[in-house]
Design a protein around this ligand. Structure first.
Ligand code: CP
Ligand code: NVA
Length: 304
């Protein structure tokens, strides 16, 4: 059966850790300067409906380092932009490439593509989830603390796609996720319910301070995700009390780290002081996208 990663729910706990363990190995190999050609000229098609820096570069460089190649495809330049269906595009691309990564506005677009593709499909960000990001986040947390259980992870800000994936990751990691979001922008209750039904420890907090108190990890993301621009003014007003700043970090444990998937809006959801300070693990988090995505490609292509 072909493997997909459209949601973190598509994989088992064992597969989640297989990918993370491999990512750590690939990182060590890269540091040692060894690039093993795990792939033999295989190709990854990458469709981006929205902008990207990290996702595009990590997959593109990752495929290159593994001995394969990646194609950057913009719907505007493809026949999709002129009305060719998702289904037909999936059927045709499956005849050319070994796997497809899609960043789409709608999660359903990725699910539809996967239904018609005979090759594995990876969600490179949808309105619902960002599973690739969370592989890198969990990898970073594990590097810093050498464990995942008995940690308290505070999500402060928008209950968005990245927040959903953090919530779902708690099913596998065992860490507690404390969420502080404005009532207008809470994560989808269905996502919380699914995670809790599968044993995740999710705590809804009334204030950012309550979530940050005693946290090991403090995470945030932009207040205005791609596709939310029409609500920008409203969001910037409502989210003001949800900024990650030094005062908030002082409530967390002394060795707590701050994470942000990037791109950041410095001075809005996070201050310069935190981003550039000693508690920031943000640049390791960004680098780990590369290692995590390489591991994901090898797993999804059944190379491990
Ligand atoms: N974090 C992340 O996915 O970044 P990009 O939008 O730059 O890919
Ligand atoms: N929540 C952000 C993540 C960007 C990587 C967005 O969807 O735009």
């Amino acid at each position: 059966m072909k493997r997909n990663l459209i949601s973190l729910l598509d994989i088992t706990k064992e597969e989640f850790f297989t990918i993370l363990d491999l990512a750590a190995r690939l990182k060590a190999e890269r540091r040692a300067g060894t690039f093993k050609p795990y792939l033999n000229r295989q190709s990854l098609g990458m469709i981006f409906e929205k902008s990207s820096t990290r996702t595009r570069i990590s997959f593109e460089v990752g495929m290159h380092e593994l001995g394969g190649t990646a194609l950057f495809l913009s719907p505007d330049d493809m026949q999709i932009g002129r009305g060719e269906s998702i289904a037909d595009t999936a059927r045709v691309m499956s005849r050319f490439v070994s796997a497809v990564m899609i960043r789409a506005f709608s999660h359903e677009t990725i699910e539809e593509f996967a239904r018609y593709a005979s090759v594995p499909v990876i969600n490179g960000l949808s309105d619902r989830e960002h599973p690739c990001q969370i592989l890198a986040d969990v990898m970073t947390i594990r590097e810093r603390f050498e464990k995942l259980d008995n940690l308290r992870v505070a999500w402060i800000g928008d209950g968005n796609n990245v927040c959903h994936s953090i919530i779902l990751s708690a099913i596998y990691t065992g860490y507690e996720v404390c969420i502080a979001c404005p009532k207008e922008f809470m994560p989808d209750a269905a996502v919380i319910e699914i995670a809790q039904a599968r044993g995740a420890n999710i705590v809804l907090c009334d204030t950012p301070g309550e979530a940050a108190k005693g946290a090991d990890v403090v995470i945030t993301d932009t207040w205005v995700s791609m596709g939310d621009e029409q609500e920008e003014a409203l969001r910037r007003e409502i989210f003001k009390p949800y900024q990650i700043n030094s005062e908030l970090m002082d409530l967390a444990k002394p060795d707590a780290v701050a994470l942000h998937c990037l791109p950041a809006h410095r001075g809005d959801e996070i201050t310069n002081e935190v981003m550039d300070g000693a508690q920031s693990a943000i640049w390791d988090e960004a680098e780990n996208r590369l290692h995590a995505q390489k591991a994901l490609i090898l797993w999804i292509l059944n190379k491990i």
